[in-house]
Design a protein around this ligand. Sequence first.
Ligand SMILES: O=C(O)[C@H](O)[C@@H](O)[C@H](O)[C@H](O)COP(=O)(O)O
Length: 323
Amino acid sequence: MPLSAVASAASTSLTSANPRRSSPASRVPVSLRRSLPCRLLSSSSSSRSPLVPVSAMASSSPTAAGETSSRKKLIIFDAEEDLAESLAKRTAELSARFAAERGAFTVVLSGGSLVKALRKLAEPPYLEAVDWSKWHVFWVDERVVPKDHADSNYKLASDGFLSKVPIPAGQVYAINDSLSAEGAAEDYEARLRQLVKNGMIAMSPVTGFPKFDLMLMGMGPDGHVASLFPGHPVVNENQKWVTFVKDSPKPPPERITFTFPVINSSAYIALVVTGAGKAGAVHKALSEGQNTSDLLPVEMVSLQDGELTWFTDKPAVSMLSSI
Ligand SMILES: O=C(O)[C@H](O)[C@@H](O)[C@H](O)[C@H](O)COP(=O)(O)O
């Protein structure tokens, strides 16, 4: 799999008005180019956002018709504010693209700090520019608690984001909170299958699993993603679309979660990982020479035909020796 990364200059450098500054790519330490298994790509130094333009992404990994392409990038921001702006911009771009291409935009959310990072989507210019009527919102994982419970990922997203944007209520797919963990997972998968059948959710011709347009996810300090925790047998689930755990090491214990075949069939994943508490897992995931027999869940995120972008900050990448 070609692994290309935007080892981006910090956003403050990128937004600098000083015309004598070198381009972001050339400011990335040479050692980084050696230590990260990546090819450096960058947007222009005058760009407000350090995201690589879509055209540059495509050219980083050209595909002929019928071939698949898997791309991986790392963006490092100086400030959380810049990360949030860039995430909003990228999400809005993908929303416009999928709405035009397929008349719907399927977006999957995690819980955790990710939701706060989405706040700028609910502000101008994105609030007015995004066609919210095309959004269909799902959860990559959910805690099995009532929807109005403080632990509910639905409540977190609803309070922090969804209540501030005009997505039709019928297009927000919360779990059935009256069921057991097992029942809620089965019910959620059945609803996904129905939405695949009516064409709302795309199907991956490559994997035979549903292909969501964009998954917006966080990562825990232990390297978990969704509710797929290190060493838990559900990380190896390869048939079901949605499964459950009753012994999550992160409370609350009962959760439902998308499985890796579904996560890895996504068209785009934005993995938002900030803070020094994540540095160890980031180091393990992004350093060369990893032990492939002992993968963290985050290392099992491997898109079959899509693009994975890490949205990080300096504390999160602080253990990458070359940065
Ligand atoms: O329900 C959950 O617990 C989340 O979906 C979980 O997977 C979360 O995204 C990560 O633990 C990262 O959370 P933070 O970004 O808050 O560390």
